[in-house]
Every structure is written in structure tokens, then in C-alpha cells.
Write a protein that binds this ligand. Structure first.
Ligand code: NAD
Length: 414
């Protein structure tokens, strides 16, 4: 089976750079990461045994601002995946026009297999290992799959022990340590804002629109909660344990309460269990993959029965699946726009940390909304100039152009 990796991203990049007529050498410079760091991380387990884990920090491009991107703790983390994710960050920050570059990091580990002490130890060891390449003005990590505000707090503390109080070294921190209002919800809220604008743009009534969401973590559950509050009907959700369906619409606040109390959703009686594979093929207005990459691929793309795919996850649709969906007239709103809410509010968090001055939540919500709406219509306007331009290619074209401009203006290709 195809998986999401650097090759999938390269395919997306190549289409857009070809469309832009980008010089071959400049294209090569923008396509590949600037720097790749792989580290070995020794961890003394609670039983006294030693385990050595592998971690990465890959810095794709910093022409427009410091490297920026999340940290993922997952057994499937590998260098190809981190490379692809780092590049997506460069083009995401450029598309929504915030002054950051792109990076990504991760550790190949299942954090559920670690105790809280082991998780903290591993995180601190990782910070020391990548210390030479991160910094408040050089590279600022953030949460991603299986990492959260607590882990960001440990990162901030470990870094601050040698550098002095440095809240701006990481975003997605707890509010008490300089985190921003609205950061935790930002990606899922952003997905919902983009869905709302897509509905308006494509004349799909938002009230009562049926939505299926794969993944019920940070992004999926905040998107579900926000869309439920917009009046959408969330008919299917899933997480790594299983999938649920209720054609009448799931009571999302009740499901979130159940998850918080039981640490699971699949035993809830608010919906019927279905096979995980069935979820993506449910008939609906909007399908939101909000878990891992490569989940819509050549073997299942044909079965999709949604009107639009909104990519909450990074890289959920492979290039072959993209082509199948194009043929089925199912538009895909790309990850670099749909899930950009998180990095936008991360940017606001970093700005607040630098200023030591904190903003009200409504100020952040308004700024987020405006950034996303402006970026959506910019992308849509370009896509409508040419029949064969997908939303994804248009989004990449806009962002590649911005990064290319910065690279040239900085004289990096002399
Ligand atoms: P998370 O760890 O909070 O949640 C991941 C969810 O996916 C969990 O509910 C997990 O059970 C579920 N999942 C894992 N494997 C699954 C499978 N095979 N089928 C169904 N569900 C599965 O992670 P998150 O922060 O919500 O990130 C989800 C996606 O969104 C990732 O692709 C991430 O890169 C992307 N993203 C996250 C942010 C952010 O701010 N957290 C920002 C931009 C993009």
C-alpha cells in the first residue's frame, strides 16, 4: 500500500512548481530540507533497563522566519515522514503569511508504553539532543500527534535551565507558562472555519450539513465540537480504537464528556460501532481526516461518498488518491490551509511571549478567523483561474512563490 512520505509531498511540490514555471535549481533548493538531525536517545526504564530510541528534528526552510513545526511521538515516525511534514510546515506558514519557516520533529516511540516519569525523561533528553539547532529566534517546536501542553512545558523548562526563562522556545504551552488563549482549540477551530467558508463557497447549507471525522484527538474533537456548535450533524467519528456512526448526528458534547471520563469513545452508547474502514466511505457532505497521514489512498479513494474532503491531518491523501478524487469531482481542501489554525495561533503565542504582553481570547479568535478567511479566498480565486488547478496545487503555488521570493531577496542563491 502507498504511504504518506516525502515522495507524496514531492509530487505535490513538483506539480505546483511546474505550474509556476520555477527555475529547476531554485525548485530543488525549495523542495528539500535545509538541515536534518537524527539523534539517539537513551532512556532508563522504570525497571532499570536501558532503551535507546531514535528522534529527529528536520528544518526545511527558514527564508521567511524561524523554523517552526510540531513534535510527534509515534511508533511510525521515520525520517521520510518527518521530512515531508517539515516541508508542509514551510508552505503552510507561507500560505497563511506568517513570518515563520518550516520544521518538524519526532521520536519513534509509543508514548502509551511509557510511564509519566519515562515520558518526561525522554522529552528532556530529546531537548538536550536537539539543543544545538533550536532557539527562540531559530527553531520553535510545538505539539503534534501524541504530544501536548505538558510535554511543551517540560521542553520550555529544560531549555530555560541553561538559557534563562524562555517561553518563546516552544508553543502550545499551558496558559500558566505563557501559552496563548485559544491555542489548544486553534487547529480544530481553524478546520471548522475553513469548512464553513467552503460550504458558503460551494453552496452547501452549513446548518444540518453531515460531517464524518476520522481521529478524535486534539484536532478531531475540537473540530467536532465547533462544527456541532455551527449546527452541523456529526454522523461518524473514530479514533485508534474504533469507529462510531449515528445518522441522526452524534451528541458531541456528551461524547467528549464520555471520552474525558473513560479515556475512550468506542464503548459509548451515543452511536453504533462500525468498522474503521467503513467510516471513510460513509455518505456525507464533508469528510475530515484528522488522524494520521496516507489514510486516503489508491485502494479506498474510490469508495469515498463525501462532497468535499477537508484535510485536518497532515498529508492524509496520497497523490494517487488525489487523482481519483479529482476524477470523482470531490474537491480536497489541502492540509496546508485546512489545519493552519494551529500554527497561526502558535505564531500569536510566540509574539505574546516576545512582548511579555498577553491578549484576550476574542482578539486571538478574530485574528485567526481573518487570516484563514483571507487565505481561503486567495487560494480559491487562484484555483478558479484555470480548470485544471486543484485547491492543493493553487495553495502550493501561492506559498512556493512567497518562499522563492524570500530566498531570492535574501541572496541565498548567489
Ligand atoms: P492527537 O494525538 O491529539 O490525536 C490523534 C487522534 O487520531 C487520536 O484520536 C487517535 O486515537 C486517532 N488515530 C490514530 N490512529 C488512528 C487510526 N488508524 N484511525 C482512526 N483514528 C486514529 O493528534 P492531533 O494533534 O489531533 O493531530 C492529528 C493530525 O492533525 C495529525 O496529522 C497532525 O499532524 C495534524 N495537525 C495537528 C495540529 C495540532 O495543533 N495538534 C496542527 C496541524 C496539524
Amino acid at each position: 500500500m502507498e504511504i504518506n512520505n516525502f515522495k507524496s509531498y514531492c509530487d505535490q511540490f513538483d506539480r505546483a512548481s511546474h505550474e509556476l514555471g520555477l527555475d529547476e535549481n531554485l525548485a530543488a533548493l525549495l523542495k528539500y530540507p535545509d538541515r536534518e538531525l537524527a539523534v539517539e536517545l537513551p532512556l532508563i526504564r522504570d525497571d532499570g533497563s536501558l532503551k535507546v530510541l531514535r528522534g529527529y528534528r528536520i528544518q526545511h526552510n527558514d527564508a521567511r522566519g524561524p523554523f517552526k513545526g510540531g513534535l510527534r511521538y509515534h511508533p511510525q515516525v521515520d525520517i521520510d515522514e518527518v521530512r515531508a511534514l517539515s516541508a508542509l510546515m514551510t508552505f503552510k506558514t507561507a500560505l497563511v503569511d506568517i513570518p515563520f519557516g518550516g520544521a518538524k520533529g519526532g521520536i519513534q516511540v509509543d508514548p502509551a508504553s511509557l510511564s509519566a516519569r519515562e515520558l518526561e525523561q525522554l522529552t528532556r533528553t530529546f531537548v538536550r539532543a536537539i539543543y544545538p539547532v533550536i532557539g527562540v529566534q531559530t527553531d520553535i517546536p510545538a505539539p503534534d500527534v501524541n504530544t501536548n501542553a505538558q510535554i511543551m512545558a517540560w521542553i520550555m523548562d529544560e531549555y530555560s535551565q541553561t538559557q534563562g526563562y524562555s517561553p518563546g522556545i516552544v508553543t502550545g504551552k499551558p496558559i500558566s507558562l505563557g501559552g496563548s488563549q485559544g491555542r489548544e482549540a486553534a487547529t480544530g477551530v481553524g478546520v471548522s472555519i475553513i469548512l464553513r467558508e467552503t460550504a458558503k463557497h460551494r453552496n452547501i447549507p452549513l446548518e444540518g450539513a453531515s460531517v464524518v471525522i476520522q481521529g478524535f484527538g486534539n484536532v478531531g474533537s475540537w473540530a467536532a465540537k465547533t462544527l456541532h456548535s455551527y449546527g452541523c450533524k456529526i454522523i461518524g467519528v473514530s479514533n485508534a480504537q474504533g469507529a462510531l456512526y449515528n445518522g441522526e448526528g452524534i451528541d458531541i458534547p456528551a461524547l467528549i464528556k464520555f471520552r474525558d471520563e473513560h479515556d475512550s469513545i468506542h464503548l459509548s452508547s451515543l452511536a453504533e460501532p462500525i468498522e474503521a474502514d467503513e467510516l471513510l466511505c460513509l455518505e456525507c457532505d464533508f469528510l475530515i481526516p484528522a488522524a494520521l497521514g496516507g489514510v486516503i489512498h489508491k485502494l479506498n479513494a474510490e469508495c469515498l461518498r463525501c462532497k468535499v474532503v477537508i484535510e485536518g491531518a497532515n498529508g492524509p491523501t496520497t497523490p494517487t488518491a488525489d487523482e481519483v478524487l479529482w476524477g470523482k469531482n470531490i474537491p480536497v481542501i489541502p492540509d496546508i490551509l485546512a489545519n493552519a489554525g494551529g500554527v497561526i495561533v502558535s505564531y500569536y503565542e510566540w509574539v505574546q511571549n516576545l512582548q511579555r504582553h498577553y491578549w484576550e481570547s476574542n482578539e486571538i479568535a478574530q485574528k485567526l478567523e481573518k487570516k484563514l478567511i483571507d487565505s481561503f479566498y486567495e487560494m480559491a480565486a487562484l484555483a478558479h483561474t484555470k480548470k485544471e488547478l486543484s485547491y492543493r496545487t493553487s495553495a502550493f503555488m501561492l506559498s512556493i512563490k512567497r518562499v522563492a521570493e524570500a530566498v531570492k531577496m535574501r541572496g541565498r542563491i548567489t
